[in-house]
Design a binder for this molecule. Structure first.
Ligand SMILES: C[S@@+](CC[C@H](N)C(=O)[O-])C[C@H]1O[C@@H](n2cnc3c(N)ncnc32)[C@H](O)[C@@H]1O
Length: 323
């Protein structure tokens, strides 16, 4: 039987990794390093925010574990050739991949590292040099991963991106996946699955939330992402929207309508409700309590410069969508 997970040890390891990266590269907060970049496809968080993602320790653990398993899986297919991982949105340390250079040699793992923030890339180059990981790197590229074109013959085996918040709000992972999955149909996408559902929850108690799932709004995967930019098969959530009905005669234990996010990084590695900062409930700012929402709603996902789910009353399209 596997040892029970020791959360304290995972947390300590994540803090130690952050301190190591920051100390070795002399990474210190400054105004420029704390500035987010707003793009046509969502927000690219600042190098400082990106560096702090490390200490979301269960997130970091489940991603690194999933990526390691995906690399081992692809190595079996590659017959002695290295597995190429394209990492879209590395931050200053390419946190979710660089630790795996201690497990996989340069003849097993090659990295293509992309970020659009030049400050993050300056620290990333330092990280690669100072930890002597140059032989693992194919390219470090400054680009917007939601429009980046993969060169012919250079298709990666695995595409990795953690550019997301709960409820797939604000950051561009949906746009990045739609762009890259369509170009690389044979690549494993990590996370392998992100599911967002509308649900009713209770107030938080010592035993957690009571949850009443209402409807799955989106499943982001290699297969669904590849369809998103094809008008003939684009999922309803990007067009007319998906209808959700709040049941009448509800048990009063349920107080809020929220979006719940579930992540499978790869294979059996997943993050459920409240297991990471990415899987906490998402509350709409305009309405939280169930009674503030229309009873029949339509949800839609916007992929513009402010990505996220929006809702309106089922017949109220003319009155606009709320976030
Ligand atoms: C949430 S941080 C994650 C950092 C690190 N990968 C981790 O998981 O710890 C997201 C990173 O993705 C980058 N990013 C966001 N949108 C991007 C885009 N469209 N193209 C390339 N990089 C992007 C940001 O600049 C930031 O460094």
């Amino acid at each position: 039987m596997e040892d029970p997970l020791r959360y304290g040890a995972v947390s300590e390891a994540a803090y130690a990794l952050k301190d190591l990266f920051q100390q070795v590269t002399s990474f210190e907060g400054s105004e420029v390093l704390s500035t987010h970049i707003e793009t046509d496809h969502g927000r690219a968080v600042s190098p400082v925010s990106a560096s702090f993602c490390i200490i979301d320790f269960m997130r970091t653990r489940m991603f690194i574990k999933g990526i390691a398993e995906a690399i081992s899986f692809k190595l079996l297919e590659k017959k002695g050739n290295p597995v190429t991982v394209l990492y879209a949105g590395t931050g200053p340390f390419a946190t979710l991949l660089t630790p795996l250079t201690t497990l996989f040699s340069p003849s097993q793992l090659k990295m293509v590292l992309i970020d659009l923030n030049p400050e993050s890339l300056a620290y990333l180059r330092k990280t690669i040099d100072l930890f002597d990981m140059g032989d693992h790197v194919l390219e470090i590229i400054q680009a917007d991963a939601s429009t980046y074109q993969v060169e012919t013959g250079r298709h990666p085996d695995i595409i990795l991106s953690e550019t997301m918040m709960p409820g797939l709000y604000r950051e561009p992972i949906v746009n990045i996946f739609a762009n890259l999955a369509a170009q690389c149909p044979r690549a494993i996408m990590i996370p392998e699955l992100v599911r967002v559902e509308a649900a009713l929850i209770s107030n938080l108690s010592a035993s957690g939330y009571e949850v009443l799932p209402l409807k799955t709004l989106m499943e982001l995967s290699a297969a669904t992402a590849a369809e998103m930019n094809k008008p003939e098969c684009c999922p309803a959530i990007f067009h007319q929207g998906i209808e959700v009905e709040i049941p009448v005669n509800l048990d009063p234990v349920y107080t809020r309508l929220v979006l719940l996010t579930y992540i499978k990084t790869f294979s059996g590695n997943d993050l459920g409700l409240n297991q990471s900062s990415l899987t906490i409930p998402f509350f709409f700012k305009t309405a939280k309590l169930i009674k503030e929402f229309p009873q029949r709603l339509r949800f839609k996902y916007g992929t513009d410069s402010f990505p996220g789910f929006q809702y309106c009353g089922f017949t109220d399209l003319s009155q606009g969508w709320a976030r």
